[in-house]
Design a protein around this ligand. Structure first.
Ligand code: 13P
Length: 244
């Protein structure tokens, strides 16, 4: 199984998200060998999940780790699960670097998503500064250690997304050869903590023109697309290019 995931971030409001979901359904892009999921705003999650149900899965961009109670402003993993979500992202770099989430926070989220029965997409990636200081492997190894050491999970419950921070939203996608090298490293680091197969996706400025250069590589299990997934033409072209 390979994966095409679309993170709509905060690009689309409720109405636009529902419109995009309705348009995607009409494209009839379902495929047995490729799992497609979109990650809409929480506001539109229920509607988008209902609209896409026979075609694509949905996932939360983030969820709080307490499951219920006096946590103003939070939405729990369990609440997403209850309305039909399949996935949730943990540790997206925008959560880490804009909202100050630490590896400890990310780990708490991973555990709460697994408890709730959501498949967890653990996002990792080095910053530009890490890369310039030859610290990319150090950063990835640390994020993997904190996410996976002693973690109890079954095969199929976790996917990792390698998203170099410098490649996100910049148009400066990671060279496929470099993504392969990093993903090889990531898989060997994960193997230190788990025998389970953990698919690893690439994310960062993926579009309809470059998607195949990642997707066609055996070691890359799919793509996590941001900006281009929030536009009907770009996202359908990405999917069509992969499926043809
Ligand atoms: P872009 O595709 O816009 O670079 O975003 C990637 C991303 O952050 C997906 O989660």
């Amino acid at each position: 199984m390979k994966y095409i995931f679309g993170n709509w971030k905060m690009y689309l409001d409720y109405k636009q998200s529902v419109e995009l979901a309705n348009s995607l359904v009409k494209e009839n892009l379902k495929n047995e060998n490729v799992e497609i999921a979109v990650f809409p705003t929480a506001l539109a999650m229920k509607d988008v999940t209902d609209i896409l149900q026979e075609n694509f899965k949905t996932g939360a961009q983030d969820a709080g780790h307490p499951s219920k109670g006096a946590y103003t402003g939070m939405i729990s993993a369990e609440m997403y699960k209850n309305i039909g979500c399949t996935y949730a992202l943990a540790g997206h770099s925008e959560r880490r670097y804009i909202f100050g989430e630490t590896n400890k926070d990310v780990r708490a989220k991973i555990e709460s998503y697994l408890d709730a029965g959501l498949k967890t997409v653990v996002c990792i990636g080095e910053t530009e500064q890490d890369r310039n200081n030859d610290k990319a492997r150090y950063r990835l190894a640390k994020q993997i250690l904190r996410a996976f050491e002693g973690l109890n999970f079954k095969e199929g419950q976790i996917i990792v997304a390698y998203e170099p921070v410098w490649a996100i939203g910049t148009g400066n996608a990671c060279l496929p050869a470099d993504a392969i090298d990093r993903i090889d490293f990531i898989k060997s680091e994960i193997a230190k903590y788990s025998q389970n197969i953990v698919p690893v996706l690439y994310g960062g400025s993926v579009d309809e023109n470059n998607v195949l250069s990642y997707f066609s590589e055996d070691i890359i299990d799919g793509v996590l697309v941001g900006g281009a997934s929030a536009k009907l033409d770009n996202f359908t072209d990405i999917i069509k290019n992969v499926l043809k």
